[in-house]
Design a protein around this ligand. Structure first.
Ligand code: PHE
Ligand code: NA
Length: 458
């Protein structure tokens, strides 16, 4: 390591850190539900195909870019081109996405901390369902309370990232990820033992090919992208700390496998107990913050399981958020010459401030709309997951597939002993991944009415 750049201390540390980025709220509150709604096993199959044909090749491309250039996402494209060219846009889009996502993700992560606290103080026990569900509406209407948790969460991220690659991110990934897996394993076993197990398995896996509409396929592709933390500079940055002779294929496969297994297990932890008390699974925040607390208030051991569940969510959110912060920190360090302490403190502070309108957007700012008639929170989510991530992913795939030198790409794979996969990987990144991401992007733009919004504007 002649450049003096920090590197991961171990292969396991890298895999856990990258899997920590990938495993987030997307696995626990999104994937199980969209699988259930869109045809169960049929959807899971399509999703796995998307992961293999689009997610895995782009993840490998991001690791290759990072490791080859040893720079942050913007600097990486400057280094690849040996100058500032159009492709810097790919780096900027991804770092901007990381910046916006971190600000609102921290607010949502704050909600999970609030629920850890409520679970620890047994706040759900013995209350009627309506009252428990009302707690969530109460929380999101309570600006100061959300801001306090948001501040605590971003401070935790700051405390980890300021420690650097090995002593901060890697060390904490090695603590948080095994605990996360253990928590999930307990909740999974509990789900499988509950009398709703069969109904839960059916909801998630019974294949219904009639529900596999074109929209469902698009959803699977979009989610494959989001769930692997692609297009948000995180994987380029984590790749930049990789050892030269690391096997990129083997590591990427393990990360993808962990992410997928955790998403499937999450569904089997959640739906059986939801069905066991005769409730219907809801989507997103409603599932996590309303349905699940009600379920825990009604099943045996629920008070204890609630603590495990919300800790699981908080850990998943934390390891994802630190990758977003690190992606931005490395930009200030590499491109602007800042020290790590100053860069981390500044960016965490900025994320806190920019997250404030999100925390208030369910109450005092709920009339304050940004895009169309969407609140601040929804606009930030829409802008990033529907546009910025696919745009930067598309540019990355096109650049790597068509403009990066094949010799340099091959070196990256050969070094770790996976040179044989080059032709297959190159075919996917050249034709399959860009076309798939472009299709998703096109339909997102149409569906969310950006065209209409733009024409109204001018
Ligand atoms: N991969 C994450 C998930 O599945 C997405 C994410 C990563 C979100 C990093 C924020 C930060 O939830
Ligand atoms: Na994920």
């Amino acid at each position: 390591n002649s450049t003096g750049r920090a590197l991961w201390a171990s292969r396991l540390g890298f895999i856990l850190a990258a899997a920590g980025s990938a495993v987030g709220l997307g696995n626990i509150w999104k994937f199980p539900y969209i699988a259930g709604e869109n045809g169960g096993g049929a959807f899971v199959l399509v999703y796995l195909v998307c992961i293999a044909l689009v997610g895995l090749p782009i993840m490998m491309a991001e690791f290759m870019i990072g490791r080859h250039t040893r720079r942050d996402a913007v600097g990486a494209f400057i280094a690849l081109e040996h100058r500032r060219s159009f492709w810097v846009v790919a780096g900027w889009t991804s770092i901007t996405a990381a910046f916006i996502i971190l600000s609102y993700y921290s607010v949502v992560a704050g909600w999970t901390l609030d629920y850890v606290y409520r679970a620890l103080t047994s706040s759900f026990s013995g209350l009627p369902a309506a009252q428990i569900e009302g707690m969530f509406d109460g929380l999101i209407a309570d600006g100061p309370r959300q801001i306090l948790w948001h501040l605590l969460f971003i401070t935790l991220c700051l405390g980890i990232v300021i420690g650097g690659v090995q002593r901060g991110i890697e060390r904490w990934a090695k603590i948080l990820m095994p605990v996360l897996l253990a928590l999930l394993a307990l909740l999974f076993v509990n789900g499988m033992l509950s009398n709703g197990a069969w109904e839960g398995i059916n909801f998630m896996f019974r294949p219904d090919f009639h529900k596999l509409t074109p929209g469902a396929v698009l959803e699977a592709m979009g989610h494959a992208f989001f769930t692997l933390s692609l297009g948000m500079a995180a994987m380029i940055t984590y790749g930049s700390y990789l050892n030269r002779n690391e096997d990129l294929l083997g590591s990427s496969l393990r990360i993808v496998l962990l992410d997928t297994v955790i998403a499937l297990m999450a569904g089997l932890a959640i739906f059986p107990i939801v069905f066991s008390v005769g409730m219907e699974p809801a989507a997103g925040p409603g599932l996590i913050f309303k349905t699940i607390p009600v379920v825990f208030s009604q099943i045996t051991g629920g008070a204890f399981l609630a603590i495990l569940f919300f800790l699981l969510l908080a850990f998943a959110a934390l390891t994802s958020a630190i990758s977003l912060l690190e992606a931005q920190v490395s930009y200030l360090i590499d491109e602007r010459g800042w020290g790590r302490k100053r860069a981390t403190t500044f960016l965490a502070g900025l994320a806190f401030v920019v997250g404030l309108p999100t925390a208030l957007s369910f109450n005092s700012l709920s009339e304050w709309t940004l895009i169309g008639d969407l609140t601040f929170f929804d606009s930030a989510d829409l802008l990033t997951s529907n546009y910025l991530l696919p745009i930067s992913g598309l540019l990355t795939a096109i650049y790597v597939g068509w403009f990066w030198s094949g010799t340099e790409e091959k070196q990256e794979l050969i070094a770790g002993g996976a040179g044989w996969v080059y032709p297959l990987w190159h075919f996917l990144i050249r034709y399959v991944s860009p076309v798939a991401v472009a299709i998703v992007l096109f339909f997102k733009i149409r569906e969310t009415g950006l065209f209409a919004w733009l024409t109204n504007l001018f």
